[in-house]
Each structure stands twice: as structure tokens, then as C-alpha cells.
Design a protein around this ligand. Structure first.
Ligand code: ZN
Ligand code: ZN
Length: 260
């Protein structure tokens, strides 16, 4: 899959989203969703082999991301329909509670879907926005007040991993700061980022010899799964996810690759 072949996907946000729950983050950027319609002609999951998986590592629901119109149950049902192997919920600054996510995990299990928790942290330094970072393997919500450096220190002290989210997107990317920070990976494919911006992320990934990831950055069901991360490992838990990233057992992938 060439980066040049990828389309720009932007997310529908804001207006009219049902928000039945409290503590919703407002760290969202407006855009417009243009995802292609995907048909359900997939090869069965079991034919891919038990030691590899395709996960969407970047998903927002309306439970805690005010910009998302994606209902948590709708997310699970759509992912099952698309035959994704798994996904990670990455709300803005908020980690889902362990008990709270159990119901979703149970429903997902029926479709062999793995649902895990992470978060997307907006970093800032001296009131200036630095860029978004995906965090996995930390057991507390990290908010949106930390600098990128503070965030990385905190994440690593708790055994987690930090991935630069859409680093070269026109807004909210860490840009060339990724060359200075002690990151664990770089999000190369992002559903809300232009191909040329993803190419810059891919270049950095190779130069820094960091693992690359992919995620839809979905804010609605239409874009869920359009970009994925391929793991040459079996990911059943957040600990598995952290370990696989640390061991560089992943790379960015496109939805069409999963279908092959
Ligand atoms: Zn972001
Ligand atoms: Zn996001």
C-alpha cells in the first residue's frame, strides 16, 4: 500500500452528537468525514494465523470525547461487522475505567473482537500546544496539561508506551520534536491526516528506527478501521499491546490489506 494511494479522511465532529455521559473531553478538532464505503467480503479471521492481528489503535467514542458521534456499542458492532481483530479506545485525556469497559469487552468477545483501553493526550508547554500523543499501558487518566517531556517521563515511569499521534498533521502534531523526544513509536497512518503528512511520519519512523502504527482516529462508525496496525503477535491485553510495541512487533497497515 503506497502512502500516495491513501485518501484523506476527516472526521465529523460536534453538532448533534448524543452525549448521555459526563466527563466528556472537548479536546476536539472539526473536520469532515469522507471515508469510502467498505464491503463485507473478507477472508475469515482464522485464516490469518493465530500469531498476527490487525488492530485499530486510535478510536474516539462519544462517552468521553465530545467531538465523537460514535456510540460505544455501535463501535463494537461495527468492528465486528468489519471483522477487525481488535481496537483500542483512545479518548482525549481520559482512560476508561476497568469495570466500566467490561460490558463492552464481553459483547466484543462474542465476535472474537479484542477491546482495549488507551488515551490520546494533548501536550502543551508554557500555554503553547505541542502535539497529541497516544498512550497505552498507564492506569490513570492523564488529562491535557502535561508537556510532552513530562508526559513521556510519567508514561515510562509507569511502564507504558507513548506514540506520537499524527506527528505531521497540519495541526496538533509534535512535528520535528519527535526527533528529540524519547518516544516508543510513531503513528504513520491516521484517518484524519493527508498522505503527504503521513509520508513525513513514515520517513521519521525509518530514520528513528521506531515501530510505526496505524489508526482510524474514528469519530464515527464510517471511518472505523480504515487504518490499522498489524501485529506479528497475539494481543489479548493491554500488557500484550505494550510488550509488542516495545519489541517493535508492529507496523502500520491499511484496511484493504486486512481483507486480502
Ligand atoms: Zn489527535
Ligand atoms: Zn484522535
Amino acid at each position: 500500500m503506497s502512502l500516495q494511494d491513501t485518501k484523506k479522511h476527516e472526521n465529523v465532529v460536534g453538532a448533534g452528537s448524543p452525549r448521555p455521559f459526563g466527563n466528556v473531553s472537548t479536546n476536539c478538532i472539526k473536520g469532515e468525514e469522507t471515508s469510502p464505503l467498505r464491503k463485507s467480503t473478507f477472508r475469515p479471521k482464522e485464516n490469518r494465523g493465530v500469531l498476527s492481528m490487525f488492530l485499530d489503535l486510535h478510536v474516539h467514542t462519544n462517552r468521553y470525547s465530545a467531538c465523537s458521534v460514535l456510540l460505544p456499542l455501535e463501535m463494537v458492532e461495527t468492528a465486528k461487522m468489519l471483522k477487525l481483530d481488535g481496537l483500542v479506545i483512545t479518548e482525549h485525556g481520559i482512560l476508561w475505567d476497568k469495570e466500566e469497559i467490561e460490558d463492552l469487552k464481553t459483547r466484543a468477545k462474542a465476535g472474537n473482537l479484542v477491546v482495549l483501553r488507551g488515551q490520546e493526550i494533548r501536550t502543551r508547554c508554557d500555554d503553547r500546544l505541542e502535539g497529541d500523543v497516544l498512550v497505552f499501558g498507564v492506569e490513570q487518566s492523564l488529562g491535557d496539561e502535561l508537556s510532552a517531556q513530562e508526559l513521556l517521563e510519567k508514561v515510562h515511569s509507569q511502564g507504558g508506551v507513548a506514540i506520537a499521534a499524527h506527528p505531521y498533521r497540519a495541526f496538533l502534531g509534535l512535528r520535528d520534536n519527535i526527533y528529540k523526544l524519547d518516544l516508543d513509536g510513531i503513528e504513520v497512518f491516521n484517518g484524519n491526516t493527508a498522505p503527504e503528512e503521513m509520508q513525513l511520519a513514515d520517513n521519521a519512523c525509518k530514520i528513528l528506527q521506531l515501530p510505526g502504527t496505524g489508526g482510524s482516529d474514528a469519530h464515527s462508525s464510517q471511518s472505523l478501521g480504515n487504518y490499522l496496525t498489524f501485529f506479528s503477535a497475539w494481543i489479548k491485553s493491554e500488557a500484550d499491546l505494550v510488550s509488542a510495541i516495545k519489541q517493535k512487533q508492529c507496523r502500520p497497515a491499511h484496511f484493504e490489506e486486512m481483507r486480502k
